[in-house]
Design a protein around this ligand. Sequence first.
Ligand code: MN
Length: 372
Amino acid sequence: MSFSRLMEKAQGYLPSEKMVVVEAAYNFALKAHQGQVRKSGKPYIEHPLQVALTLAELQLDASSLAAALLHDVVEICDIPISEVEAKFGSEVAKLVDGTTKLGKLSLKTSGGAAARQAQAENLRKMLVAMAEDLRVVFIKLADRLHNMRTLDALSLEKQRSIAQETLEIYAPLAHRLGIWELKWQLEDLSFRHLEPVKYRQIAKLVAARRAQRESFITQIIQTLSQEFERVGLKAEMSGRPKHIYSIYQKMERYSALGKHFDDIHDLLALRVLVGTVPDCYSAVGVIHSLWRPLPEEFDDFIANPKPNGYQSLHTAVMYQGTTPLEIQIRTRDMHYIAEYGVAAHWRYKEGEEKDIHFEERIAWLRQLIEWH
Ligand code: MN
């Protein structure tokens, strides 16, 4: 049952007094959605539970989890927002209200490509502008993610239009907010419904090369750990398989250039996590002295972070003189931001009052507005 999974996740980072509101919201939603079923035939409550679970994975605060559990009670069950406010307070009520209002926006599919693109851009702006509180956008993204996961229950036509909207609006929004963890899932799920044949082809290619890829990466990690150990550098390393949609985009770029997409190095990258910023530069030094770096492939996103806050060193080297290999080097803190982006600044941290991250959050919002 999803509720115990949610409780388990949330208890991992929320103190027990904060769990009270999460439990109360669950009980309220359970009663409100009683007898309702999703198109899939599953009890409706499964949906808000899954949305809350996604937010618990981002380690968002108790109000976000409560609002996620309650996000459809106004829209679907006709419960007045005043009742939500009376029971759960104004913070949770505002989040529920914001999410309900965002639900009313949608992409009009009429007009040409340019009109469509302009509309998509407008909608993205609106989503951000309307969300006085970015937690509303996180709820909306998690809501969309679960809807995408359960898309098979809808007609093919509906599947396609929802997948298209997700790829044009929600995935880019997750990207701008730097929430990689949601972005890649939204992209892959959309792609699976929009281009099922191509999706399966790539998934098969990835699966077929798995064993080869894993032994390749194990070998590289072994060599590198010896070198790091020699210079006293502590690092965690892992192979990072690319997600299906990013492989598809790379294939498209290759075919435009007349290149053939085939090699395993196109399917993976190595990730190196270290403790400090100086360690990042030491690690890249070790790597470059071991294998020849490819010209123009080195990017210092630590000194020059991406607009969404992403920081890392990127390089590509000629492994054993024959195989190009992409490598990302970052600290663990940078890694957290790389996975969860702006949501990391809304993360619940014990012992800290809500406005401690205020400055960080304002900086984020300012950046967002500047992009628009
Ligand atoms: Mn929903």
